[in-house]
Design a protein around this ligand. Structure first.
Ligand code: URA
Length: 213
């Protein structure tokens, strides 16, 4: 958390920061970018899920019975903002293989920078699940705010957002629209340019992940 952005958690672990540097470099291959995004997402996921409530269950070890902790309540809901969110979804599913999964198709109109919804499929009973929205880049936050609006309309109460990079403009916009949503990221960059790209950033995360232009 920072004083200026109380809802933001920057995961400043050396491994995360080192891998992010490699991801930012413009000449890295698609395969390397994808692999690093997976590795960083596993590390970010660890922090995003840190405060999940625990209960305990009676089990038998080979030697004796014990009360052992397990995660309480309904399974998580992971909601990927298409398409770049999918690169963070798969590693989160490695951490939480029973999670329910939703997809929100919100592309950014390159002229207006406003989100346009083209697909929405969400898990049931969102009110009873922690909901983790995933999208690597929190730039203007227009899509992210629309995504939070959407999951809250479906009942979500505990909503967290996992991103790779944030712009201060996006963090402020999310905090104004949804002050209860905690945002987890690897870095808070300097600013947005006039096309809505994060500076210094890493370019278009979807293009770099999928090898498109
Ligand atoms: N989306 C991206 O992929 N990159 C940016 O810099 C901003 C939004």
């Amino acid at each position: 958390m920072t004083a200026e952005h109380p809802s933001l958690t920057i995961v400043d672990h050396p491994l995360v920061q080192h891998k992010l540097t490699l991801m930012r470099e413009k000449d890295g291959s698609t395969a390397r970018f994808r692999r690093l995004l997976r590795e960083i997402s596993l590390l970010l996921g660890y922090e995003v899920l840190r405060d999940l409530p625990l209960t305990s269950r009676r089990i038998e070890t080979p030697l004796e019975a014990m009360d052992s902790p397990e995660i309480e309540g309904k399974k998580l809901a992971l909601v990927s903002i298409l398409r770049a969110g999918n690169g963070m979804l798969e590693p989160l599913l490695e951490l939480a293989p029973s999670a329910r999964v939703g997809f929100l198709g919100l592309y950014r109109d390159h002229e207006t920078l406003q989100p346009v919804e083209y697909y929405c499929k969400l898990p049931s009973e969102l009110a009873a699940r922690p909901v983790i929205l995933v999208d690597p880049m929190l730039a203007t936050a227009n899509s992210a705010v629309a995504a939070v609006d959407k999951v809250k309309e479906s009942g979500a109460q505990d909503v967290r957002m996992m991103t790779l990079l944030c712009a201060p403009e996006g963090v402020r916009r999310m905090a104004e629209a949804h002050p209860d949503v905690r945002v987890f990221t690897a870095a808070l960059d300097r600013e947005l340019n006039d096309k809505g790209y994060i500076l210094p950033g890493l370019g278009d995360a979807g293009d770099r992940m999928f090898g498109t232009k």
